[in-house]
Ligand binder design. Structure first.
Ligand code: FMN
Length: 700
């Protein structure tokens, strides 16, 4: 269902985005019009009990002849007639009937904006386009509501606050939710106005009703919209009220007929006011804010669409006749190279094949061969596009008649949980009654082309085909559009060093994001945790362990290098006002140097006191607790947690969050300790805390 809302939202943006953007910008200008016009009102306010007959007498004192008069939404009365001194279209005072100066015309920008807003200066075709754009906005608003509900996890949760971690995505969600109702009103009323304009009025559009008989001298002026005085004796005098037209004979006494305005016309007036704010300064103000928000939403929406189009060279759906389905789980994109090469090999044999990311895992039917290629991330976790996929496996696969499958895990033996996710995933498929494994589970370490080809050979034997892989396509390629980072400061202690580097402000880096750096002559990046200490500066704390860290360690102040930022929102510091407990060892302190606040406590463990000196200047947390394993009390950070058990428990009691960064060995010890603390203080378990997003880890 989420996918349905997302597609509807995406399609509406692509189709009508530019038109909506243009209407939003011009809407910002037009919503100001009621304010200017109301300041410009010249006719004054009429008393509520003045009758039309009394007002006519006043007019007769000042005019030789009146052909008609009309009142606009701001109370200005415009008379067509011959005055004692002037004639033509004249504005009059509502109490005296005397001619007053005409209202000043507004700046031409309003007329230009109106034309652009209604018809893009293209007359009827433009009006039709803008009508369709309004309709697309209705779809956008409705699909937006659907997405909000899905994102919040239910209708009730819809009103919870959204954490703004990334302006583009979260700001879009936050502001669209706040302005959902006015946006929907603008969209529906705009659509209605367009429909009314282009659907023909039937001649029976006005209905007569004998029941509404108002004597002429009882009509109150505030209720009158327009009066037409007849020129010929046999024509009626027509008084237009908001919901009906009254026809009187020329003697002015006798009502000839009453025309009730059709519902459609009355609805048009209501929708016109809702859409333009005419005559209502308060609603006009809301519309102005709504237009501003819509400009922002168009802008951020466009950026997201562009991001998606840029990223999405891969499809989101399969052709119905695909015999082979390749499903890819990937965090940083490397596994896609292997999947694409495999797809190409099938195509070369004329076999119908489709490749999808795991997030587009379709409900399978009939007889299918499905090849799963997936990496493993974090602590043996699923990559980003395969989160929660195991829970959905049965639903996706159980309707198929027969599935032949194989799982190929991509990972790195540098991580203790080597290919753990792929293995776990495979173990959940094996028991399914309709699934048969055609190639035994295999793994690919560090994107090894040789190991991949081994698996392809096994696949060939099983399928009795000869896939031939173009190994050129397996070589890692550097990402395009890398950013430049220049070193401002470098400090070293033993084999660890701190870099303060500067970057372009537009990058909008958050502490907790990762910096992807390519070592010289290698196209597989390494990631380093970032502390963002100003809009253009960040800190890295790195230990020399291999090619890439040695490369960065060899740079000096003034040198620059190229890298890219990988967003890591699952390790952003929560920005609600609850305490945060930051736990790190060694270089794991890096992201926390950019996250410290008055509500945070930092627990850090290192070997020697001197190690801390490296970043002491940047560590200003009041509540910081340090421990050294080769000095003083020879203890680890988990020992420190036990010693300060009551403070740890206090953070959790106050609904706080625990963030852990550093080595995996430390993580294991720390989690065991926290489990003990939560158990003895009747607090939620670490598993429960993880589910509540109150236990965040970034360990390597
Ligand atoms: C932060 C990080 C965590 C990782 N965690 C694991 C892991 O727990 N187990 C594993 O086998 N590989 C792990 N890897 C290695 C990746 O799975 C491997 O590089 C894979 O080829 C990446 O494929 P992808 O770019 O398609 O996601 C990790 C890599 C990074 C950068």
């Amino acid at each position: 269902m989420t996918e349905f809302w997302r597609r509807l939202h995406f399609a509406s943006t692509v189709v009508a985005g530019l038109f909506i953007f243009s209407a939003s910008v011009t809407g910002c200008i037009l919503a100001l019009e009621p304010w200017f016009i109301s300041q410009n009102a010249v006719s004054g306010q009429s008393k509520s009990d003045v009758t039309l007959a009394e007002f006519q007498e006043k007019l007769n004192e000042n005019f030789l002849e009146v052909f008609s008069f009309e009142k606009d939404a701001y109370g200005n009365i415009k008379v067509e007639g011959v005055g004692l001194e002037k004639e033509g279209t004249l504005f009059v005072n509502v109490e005296t009937g005397k001619i007053v100066t005409t209202p000043k015309s507004l700046h031409p920008v309003f007329d230009l904006s109106r034309d652009l807003h209604r018809s893009l200066f293209l007359k009827t075709p433009g009006r039709i386009l803008m009508g369709l754009a309004s309709l697309a906005l209705v779809f956008l608003a409705v699909s937006g509501i659907g997405l909000h509900i899905k994102r919040a996890g239910g209708l009730k949760a819809l009103f919870k606050s959204v954490k703004i971690l990334e302006i583009k995505r979260d700001g879009h969600a936050q502001w669209s939710r706040l302005f959902l109702i006015p946006i929907l009103v603008v969209a529906v009323s705009g659509t209605y106005l367009s429909i009314v304009r282009f659907s023909p009025v039937s001649s029976s559009g006005v209905s007569a009703s004998a029941a509404t008989t108002i004597p002429f001298d009882k009509i109150l002026l505030p209720e009158v919209k327009k009066v037409n005085y007849p020129v010929m004796d046999d024509e009626p005098l027509v008084v237009e009220l908001s919901d009906r037209n009254l026809h009187f004979d020329k003697t002015k006494g006798r009502l000839i007929k009453t025309e009730l305005l059709p519902v459609r016309e009355r609805m048009r007036v209501v929708n016109f006011i809702l859409h333009t704010g005419e005559g209502t300064k308060g609603w006009a103000g809301v519309l102005w804010l709504t237009s501003l928000v819509m400009v922002f939403l168009s802008f951020t929406g466009f950026q997201m669409v562009m991001d998606k189009l840029r990223l999405k060279k891969h499809k989101a759906a399969l052709a119905d006749d695909a015999e082979i389905i390749i499903l890819v789980g990937s965090e940083t994109g490397h596994t896609w190279r292997f999947a694409d090469a495999l797809e190409e090999a099938y195509q070369n044999l004329g076999i119908k094949v489709g490749t999808l990311g795991m997030e587009h895992f379709p409900k399978l039917n009939g007889k299918k061969t499905v090849l799963f290629l997936t990496s493993t991330y974090g602590n043996g976790d699923a990559p980003q596009n395969a989160q929660n996929i195991i829970e959905q496996l049965e639903e996706k696969m159980s309707f198929a008649e027969a599935i032949q499958f194989s799982v190929l895990g991509f990972g790195s033996r540098q991580y203790p949980a080597f290919c753990a996710f792929a293995e776990q995933f495979r173990n959940h498929i094996v028991p399914l009654g309709n699934a048969r494994e055609i190639v035994p589970y295999m793994t690919v370490d560090n994107q090894s082309a040789v190991q991949f080809i081994d698996w392809v050979r096994a696949l060939n034997r099983s399928q009795k085909i000869t896939l031939s892989i173009n190994t050129k396509h397996l070589h890692p390629v550097r990402k395009k559009g890398l950013e430049t980072f220049t070193i401002l400061e470098k400090k070293e202690n033993e084999d660890t060093f701190l870099l303060r580097i500067t970057h372009a402000e537009k990058l909008k880096i958050h502490s907790g994001d990762l910096l992807g750096v390519y070592p010289p002559n290698e196209n597989i990046e390494r990631f380093y945790s970032i502390a963002s200490v100003s809009p253009t500066e960040l800190l890295l704390v790195i230990k020399r362990t291999g090619l890439c860290s040695n490369f960065l360690g060899s740079l000096s102040v003034g040198d620059y290098f190229e890298a890219f930022v990988k967003r890591n929102p699952s390790f952003y510091c929560p920005n609600h006002h609850t305490p945060v407990l930051m736990i790190a060892n060694g270089t794991g302190i890096a992201p926390f140097l950019g996250m410290q606040s008055s509500g945070s406590k930092l627990f850090w463990g290192g070997k020697f006191q001197a190690d801390f000196k490296l970043f002491e200047k940047y560590c200003f947390a009041d509540n910081r607790y340090l421990v050294f394993s080769r000095e003083n009390d020879n203890a680890y950070v988990q020992d420190l947690l036990l010693r300060r058990e009551s403070e740890v428990a206090e953070v959790l009691k106050e609904n706080g969050t625990i963030m852990i960064c550093g080595s995996r060995t430390m993580l294991k010890g720390v989690l065991e300790t926290i489990e003990k603390i939560t158990a003895s203080n009747a607090l939620p378990s670490t598993e429960e805390l993880r589910k509540q997003h109150r236990l965040l880890t970034d360990c390597y």
